[in-house]
Design a protein around this ligand. Structure first.
Ligand SMILES: [Fe+2]
Ligand SMILES: [Fe+2]
Length: 219
């Protein structure tokens, strides 16, 4: 298994055992388990989003959000995809306009479901802004006014989407290629955060593979 996925799973297990009995984390775990049963690929994607969001938040040293809660946010950010039929969720074909409209709706469906279930505003914000872009080319609102959490969500989501194979794309980019991509589109993604991600990934690449899997969420 890809080492980034192993490390993401390790972080997930550690935090869920730490927050065992906490109402919000227990609800999150139940939702994540449902997602994993329905579509393991989306669950794996979410694990890596959570892992990157955690380390980005820690390395940026944001005071406005908590790195551990960004794990919960990352795990649940695509929960709205549970409302999509398998034909779209697991499709390897190019989607038509109607299907694409349904995909776009996963953001609002996810946000509204998490809100109804009583998740905190940081988790709602992460979910609602992970497809927004700083130049306004994202969705659902096309806003150029991204919050810090929104910038973390957007970078974590695209990293995972490019790093892991998906049903619609079998080739994966390396960490180096992803950083090049993010810098090429720095009108869409926060450039400072990209550099922080780059230095985190560089540090990880210096750790021998066998140790990397063992230490997992090295802080
Ligand atoms: Fe999404
Ligand atoms: Fe996503």
């Amino acid at each position: 298994m890809d080492v980034v996925l192993l490390d993401s799973q390790s972080l997930f297990l550690q935090l869920f055992s730490m927050y065992k009995g906490d109402q919000e984390w227990e609800k999150g775990r139940a939702l994540f388990v449902s997602m994993n049963c329905r579509d393991p690929a989306t669950a794996n994607h979410s694990l890596v989003v959570a892992f990157i969001a955690y380390h980005l938040t820690k390395n940026i040293r944001l005071t406005s959000c908590n790195a551990e809660r960004m794990v919960l946010a990352g795990l649940l950010h695509d929960i709205g995809k549970l409302s999509m039929p398998d034909g779209i969720l697991k499709s390897s074909q190019r989607l038509n306009i109607e299907e694409r409209t349904l995909v776009v709706k996963h953001v609002k469906v996810g946000h509204d479901s998490l809100k109804q279930l009583g998740f905190g505003s940081d988790i709602l914000q992460f979910c609602y802004s992970h497809h927004e872009r700083l130049d306004g080319s994202g969705y659902p609102h096309g806003t150029t006014n991204q919050s810090e959490i929104g910038c973390i969500a957007a970078i974590s989501d695209i990293y995972s989407a490019l790093r892991l194979p998906r049903s619609y794309r079998s080739n994966c980019l390396s960490d180096k290629e992803i950083i090049e991509f993010l810098l090429q589109y720095d009108d869409q993604f926060n450039r400072n955060y990209t550099y922080i991600l780059k230095s985190f990934l560089n540090k990880r690449s210096e750790i021998p593979k066998e140790r990397k899997a063992l230490i997992g969420n090295s802080k």
